[in-house]
Structures are given as structure tokens and as C-alpha cells.
Design a protein around this ligand. Sequence first.
Ligand SMILES: Cc1cc2nc3c(=O)[nH]c(=O)nc-3n(C[C@H](O)[C@H](O)[C@H](O)COP(=O)(O)OP(=O)(O)OC[C@H]3O[C@@H](n4cnc5c(N)ncnc54)[C@H](O)[C@@H]3O)c2cc1C
Length: 401
Amino acid sequence: MTGARVGSSLTDEQEAIRDLVREFAAEEVRPGAGEADEAESFPEDAWDGLAELGLTGLTVPEAYGGFEADETTYAVVNEELAYGHLAVATALSVHCLATSCIAEFGSEAQRERWLPEMAAEGRPVGMFCLSEPHAGSNPAEMSTTAEYDPETDEYVLDGEKQWITNGKRGGVAIVFAKAVDPGAEGAETDDGDADRDDTGSITQFLVPADTEGFEVGEKEEKLGLRASDTTGISFDDCRVPAENRLTEEGEGLSAAFRTLTGGRIGIAAQAVGLAQAAFDEAESYAAEREQFGGPIDDIQTIRHTFAEMATDISAARLLVREACRQAEAGEDNRVAASQAKYRASETAMSVTNEAVQIHGGYGYTTEFDVERFYRDAKITEIYEGTTEIQKTIIAQGVLGK
Ligand SMILES: Cc1cc2nc3c(=O)[nH]c(=O)nc-3n(C[C@H](O)[C@H](O)[C@H](O)COP(=O)(O)OP(=O)(O)OC[C@H]3O[C@@H](n4cnc5c(N)ncnc54)[C@H](O)[C@@H]3O)c2cc1C
């Protein structure tokens, strides 16, 4: 069993945090996961527990009361939380996307207004609104607009976002929209600024959920991750002060991609945690379940399956750690982050599949957690960039074109 936990070495502090989150996930998160999944209801008590541990401020700078975690710590927390319940880890990682954007792009006043509360209380919960009904893998095709009104010095947002995690429970959103400003000449063209998107005008805004015209849709009914609250959000004449614009006009998409590189490492780590949970459940079951006069973990075919699962999990975890190492060394880790997400999500799929198989018919029932793990694993191949998009990024990196 310990062999399945191979990973590059952690500092004493990282190990201490890992152990803390591992214990919290085992005692406070995992026990309620099945019920929350069945009820399609987010476990707010687990969230409050995360806040008490300071983890809702994981990526918030210390100056604003946060944890200011390095990449490895961020990954380790995501892995351990996903071991407990993927929906909780997903909610936290999206909250962290929002706090990271406010920390990196917000004004001093915005940081002071939002970050201490989001870190200490875990509320308001953060959202990250990039995807739209007709723009997923290619967000450059988004149609949400933000029209500048010079009379009131506001932007007026109109459009529709889809698949927004924390949609109903969220209190503040990072929203991407195409700036429409007839007065700003050149807004639709590439002006040569390296940060400016070649798609023109996509811009990042901070939008409190209680703003008039911010409308939250119904919760999606999903295959897995059922406790996570996923909704559409529409903007109908939704006015925000110009100071809520977090990037220059046209610099929103490159900012989103930078944020998502870090986010992908978190999702990859979650996939590792989910795979590890499935491995451990299968290991316990196979030691107990007897067929042909002995435990099934004496059957060579099943032993080989464990060998394959353990090796895949270790390989995925090491890719996650390498992507973290590159980030911490200040290197361009886009390819490594995509490799980690691609390999780890594939591992989550294959290991949860094998874990169900090792449980036989029982694995196909809701009596055993592996059934939920199997359903949950699929999302790791889809959100924050599908497997195909990860392969596109990797190919561009390794082929140089
Ligand atoms: C549960 C859940 C939570 C989510 N949370 C959020 C969130 O909080 N915020 C947010 O903004 N988004 C969120 N998303 C959206 C998610 O990131 C998108 O679903 C994802 O990026 C894919 O976009 P799409 O669904 O529009 O698929 P599409 O882009 O329509 O893709 C459909 C298929 O075509 C493939 N494809 C598309 N383009 C290419 C290409 N160029 N080369 C090869 N294959 C291609 C894709 O890989 C996929 O297999 C969430 C989604 C889900 C399901």
C-alpha cells in the first residue's frame, strides 16, 4: 500500500499540512460525501471546517490573512481533499482561482475589501466565469459583452456563462467579457502589446453576486460531482464600476490562461487523490473478499492490476510535483501542467474503473464508494481544459509549433 504513495519529497512544513488535511478529509469530509452526492447538496459544514483550518485562504497572500501556499502545498492540499470528496476539492480550487485573480489583478482597495474575508471565513465564496454555452474549449469565441458607459464610469455586462462551479453558493465572481467601447480606438485590434489577446477585447472583471442583473440559473444535473453546485449565470444590464475592471481591455484572456495553468495542477492533484482513494478502497476489499478458497488479492491477475494502478498513480503524482517544481523555480510550466492534468485524469479514469471491477457486482452499487469515484473521475478529463486541449498544448510545447 505504501508503495502506491510514491512522490517526490516534501518539506517538513508541507508534510505537516498534508497530514493535517489528510486527517481532516478522513474525519470531516469523507464520511458525509456519499450522502451529499445523493442529495446533490454541497456540504457546507466541510467548507466551514476548511475555513477554520485557513485553507480557504490557500492562495491568498499572507498580508491579507491568507496562507500564501507554494505550488507544491497547493497540490498536496488538493490531492488530500479530493481523497475525501472531489466536490469539496473542486469548490476550493475554484474559490482559489477567484482569490488568485483578486490578489494578482485587483487594486489595493479591492484586495482589502475581499481577500481577508474570503480567506478567513471562506465567504463570500469565489466563482470563475469563463465558459459559455457556445464557447468552452475556445473561450475566445465568447459573446458576453462589457460596454463602457462614460456617463456613469461603469461597464454594463450582458451575456451568459455556463458550468459555473459555486454558482448558487458563490458571492463574488471573476467574469470575462468582451469590452465594447466605441470611444476607445483600436480596442478590436492587436496593438502589439504582448499581454493583449490577439482576440481583441476580452477583459476580466470582478462582479459581486448581489449586483443587479447578475442572475443565477438552475443547478445542472450531472453524472458525477453531484454535490458540487454547477449553474449557468446570466448578465442582464449588469452594471459594475469601472474600477472593477481587473485587467486592461484586451488582456483578460491571457490573464485567464495564466491563472488556469496553476488551476490545472490543482485538478491534476485532485485526480491523483481520487485515484488513490479508489486504490485504497480496492485494496481493502480485495484483502477481505474471498473466492476460490482465498482472498482475491492472492490471485495473480488482480495483483498485477494493483501493480499497474500503483505505478500509474505514482507517475501521475510525480508529474504533478514536477509541474509544481517548475513553477516554484520560476520556469514556464505550461507543458508540465498540461502533462500532469492529462496523465492524472486518465489515471483517475482507469484506476476508478479497475477499483469497481475489483469490487465485482458490489462495486456497481451505491453501497461502495468506488461507484461514486468512478462517476466523479470523468470530470477531471473535462474541466479546466479537456484532455484534447491539454494534448494540443503539450504538442505545441514539444514540437515548438
Ligand atoms: C462540472 C463542471 C464544472 C465546471 N466549472 C467551470 C467553472 O467554474 N468555470 C468555467 O468557466 N467553466 C467551468 N466548466 C466548463 C469546462 O471548463 C468546459 O466544459 C470545458 O472547457 C469544455 O468546454 P465545452 O464543454 O464547451 O466543450 P467543447 O469545447 O464544445 O468540446 C467538445 C469536445 O470537442 C473537443 N474539442 C474542442 N476543440 C478542440 C480542438 N481544438 N482540438 C481537439 N478537440 C477539441 C473537446 O476536447 C471535447 O471533447 C465546468 C464544466 C463542468 C462540466
